[in-house]
Every structure is written in structure tokens, then in C-alpha cells.
Design a protein around this ligand. Structure first.
Ligand code: NAI
Ligand code: ENO
Length: 367
């Protein structure tokens, strides 16, 4: 069955979805639109879309499925524009925004036009932006939350999941408010903390530039998400304010507790603080891809001598394993450093570990 799909917003998520849809439904016809003309041209050159739309109206006129893949505030404005445009009867409108409550309130109003709004949030991504960063398998094994507007029939939910089957994601249905609380806890609030950590160190870095230089290792890793799009994150905070404000209070209480433990030299309580967190962290599901764990990383200890990196990559190439990213960590002259290798799947990670260990390398994953 050939489906006419309108894709509005040709960035990381729009582009990745288009690639995944095509892999599941090769006959789908994807017509793309973006307010940035360069993104439309690039998406067409990279064959991520089949056709370039001249306007929003041109993109959506004949579509069976309309996917909005812009930042949340723009998504709401796009839904309001759709209310005034001619659409196919029975068409499905969906989005990919990281917040759902205000989006679904806007989407409810589309029902009177004879079209069906189903909120969506594929819970995987990265700090990168733009259609050039698109990855076909970005959503594989990730949760994909669906939040239908009032009165959407089941067959429309099934139809949408069928169009999105190439994502190989795990679909779950949630109430918009539950989604926003869960996403607030595991994704939005941690993002605020990551950016706050960067501000904290940058402020201290004004005293002595050595501080920022020393921040190159583990600090870079735990603050990776602070390199994401400020526009996207501004919109997420503005649209999830109700959930996030109480979390800031809860966080302040946790910090106050740490402060008290230090003031009173309560070493047992400090030990328990770390031991309890370790216990919870060690028991988090690692085989599933969550919103915060989009990569499969393996750390390999390496002696600091020429040729070692090409030796490691040659071992993996011989086993036909693709590395999606490679980084040298804490390699100082004469001192053992580590390589962080990223893979597409857990299977690749397991085989890579086995191959490297057979060649006498120490390899460990930290999920
Ligand atoms: N980046 C991530 O890891 C994830 C992002 N999301 C959500 O996906 C959405 C898109 O994010 P990304 O693709 O990462 O951002 P992006 O910055 O890579 O792409 C967004 C695109 O939307 C376009 N756009 C903005 N307003 C528009 C409008 N009115 N009409 C047409 N195009 C418009 C921009 O020009 C840009 O090309 C956001 O709502 C975000 O919350 C969801 C899951 C993961
Ligand atoms: O880069 C990461 O690890 C992320 O956390 C990506 C991300 C950003 C926003 C979402 O709504 C879902 C996933």
C-alpha cells in the first residue's frame, strides 16, 4: 500500500523518522517541508524525502499521514495552521515533541475537521541537530510513546504504528500528563542539571582557565546532553513547567541533605547516599534503550604507543563490526589510557568485547 506522508520539520528526528519509515514501507511517498529552505534541499539531496513541498499547504494537501517534527512551540503553531488548511478526510496528524500535554490540547481541536491527532514521542535521540545527523536506526528498541487525542479510534492508532513499523521501536500508550511527568524526571530535569553543571564549572573557570582544561574527561561525558539545541530545550521547559517546578524543589531538598551530612561529618550517611544510588543505578534496565542511553559503549584499556588504535580497529573490522564513534580518554604520555568505542547494537558490543579480549585487551562496558 503506498502512503502519502507529509513531513514537516526536516531535522535530526524528522530525517531519522523518514529513513526508518522508508525501510519499513519502501513505497511510502514522503513530501517534506521546513521553514529553512536549505534543510529541504539537503533532505532531498540525501534522498531522505521524495519530494520538496513549496509550502505547508502544499505538503499536507494530499497526505494520509502528517508528521510534525519541529520544536514543541512551533509544533503547536503548526497544528493551529492545520486547522485553517484543506486536509484529506480521515488523515492522521502526529508529532514527535518531547512534551505532550499542551500539544494534545491543541491537537484535540483538529477532530472537528475530520482528521485524527495522535501525539507521539520517540524516546531516543542525541545532542546533534539537523537533517545531516539523521540515522535510520535511531529509534530501534527505544520506547515510542503515543498519546491520542480524545475519541481517536483504535484502527487509526494501528494504522500509525504500521506506518512507523520501520522504526522498530516499542510503542506504548500514555496519558499526556503521565508522559510529561515521566519524561520530566528521566530526561528534562537531568538536562537542566547537565547545563547547570556546565554553568557551575564555567563560572569557576573564570578564576583559573586550568579548571575548564581539567574538565575534558568524565565531566564532558556526564554533560554531553548540554550540547543539544537551545531552541528545542527552551520549548521543552516552557511546555513542561508544571511538572518541572516541583522537581526543582525536590532536588533542592536532596542537596540540602548532602549539605547537612557534610556539616555533621556523617560518614555513614554519606556512604549510604552513594551505596544506595549505586544499587539503583546498577539495577536499571540495561538491555532496553531509554531516552538517555542511545549508544552502546565499550571501554578498552590501551597502552600509550603508536599503532594501538589501528590494531583495535583492525580486530573489529576483521570481525565485520562497525564502530559508530571512537574517543581517546585520559591518554597521557607513558600512562595507560582508554578508548571509548560506540556501536549500533548490544550484539555488536558483545562480539567486540569478546574479540578484543581474545587479543589480550581489557574491555569493559558500563551500562
Ligand atoms: N533531538 C532529540 O534527541 C529528540 C528530539 N525530540 C523532539 O523532536 C522535535 C525536533 O527535534 P530535532 O529534530 O532534534 O531538532 P532539529 O533542530 O534537528 O530540527 C528541527 C527542524 O524543525 C524546523 N522547523 C522549526 N519550526 C518549523 C516550522 N514552523 N515549520 C517547519 N519546520 C520548522 C527547523 O528549521 C529544523 O530543521 C522537537 O520537538 C524535540 O522535542 C524528540 C526525541 C528526541
Ligand atoms: O542525547 C540524549 O541522550 C537524549 O537524551 C536525547 C533525547 C532528547 C530529547 C528527548 O525527548 C528524547 C531523547
Amino acid at each position: 500500500m503506498s502512503k502519502q506522508i507529509a513531513l514537516i520539520g526536516l531535522g535530526l528526528i524528522g530525517g531519522s523518522l523518514a529513513l526508518a519509515i522508508k525501510s519499513g514501507l519502501p513505497k511510502a511517498q514522503i513530501k517534506g517541508f521546513d521553514i529553512d529552505q536549505n534543510s529541504v534541499k539537503l533532505a532531498s539531496t540525501l534522498q531522505i524525502i521524495d519530494e520538496q513541498a513549496e509550502s505547508l499547504e502544499d505538503a499536507v494537501r494530499d497526505a494520509d499521514i502528517i508528521i510534525l517534527a519541529a520544536p514543541v512551540e512551533s509544533t503547536i503553531k503548526l497544528i493551529q495552521q492545520l486547522e485553517t488548511l484543506p486536509l484529506q478526510a480521515g488523515a492522521i496528524v502526529t508529532d514527535v515533541g518531547s512534551t505532550k500535554e499542551t500539544v494534545v490540547v491543541a491537537g484535540n481541536k483538529l477532530q472537528s475537521k475530520g482528521v485524527f491527532f495522535i501525539g507521539g514521542h520517540p524516546m531516543a535521540g542525541s545532542h546533534k541537530t539537523g537533517v545531516e545527523a539523521s540515522i535510520e536506526r535511531l529509534f530501534e528498541n527505544a520506547y515510542y510513546v503515543l498519546t491520542p487525542a480524545e475519541g481517536v479510534p483504535d484502527n487509526k492508532l494501528i494504522q500509525l504504528q504500521n506506518v512507523l513499523k520501520g522504526t522498530k521501536a516499542k510503542f506504548i500508550q500514555l496519558e499526556p500528563a503521565s508522559h510529561d511527568r515521566f519524561a520530566g524526571l528521566i530526561s528534562h530535569f537531568p538536562h537542566i542539571v547537565a547545563s547547570a553543571l556546565v554553568h557551575h564549572v564555567a563560572k569557576a573557570g573564570d578564576e583559573d582557565p586550568l579548571i575548564t582544561q581539567l574538565a575534558a574527561g568524565g565531566f564532558r561525558d556526564i554533560t554531553r546532553i548540554a550540547s543539544a539545541s537551545p531552541t528545542m530545550w527552551r520549548d521543552i521547559l516552557m511546555h513542561n513547567k508544571e511538572q518541572l517546578l516541583p522537581m526543582i524543589q525536590e532536588w533542592n531538598a536532596i542537596m540540602k541533605n548532602v549539605e547537612d551530612m557534610l556539616h555533621t561529618d556523617d560518614d555513614e550517611a554519606i556512604y549510604a547516599f552513594f551505596a544506595d544510588a549505586k544499587d539503583v543505578r546498577d539495577n536499571l534496565p540495561s538491555k532496553k534503550k531509554g531516552a538517555m542511553l542511545p549508544f552502546y559503549d565499550l571501554y578498552v584499556d590501551i597502552p600509550d604507543h603508536p599503532g594501538v588504535i589501528s590494531d583495535v580497529t583492525a580486530i573489529l573490522a576483521k570481525a565485520s563490526i562497525s564502530i559508530t564513534n571512537i574517543r581517546i580518554i585520559e591518554a597521557r604520555e607513558g600512562i595507560m589510557g582508554a578508548l571509548r568505542l560506540s556501536f549500533r547494537s548490544e550484539e555488536d558490543l558483545t562480539v567486540a568485547k569478546q574479540q578484543l579480549e581474545e587479543h589480550a585487551y581489557e574491555a569493559y562496558d558500563v551500562q
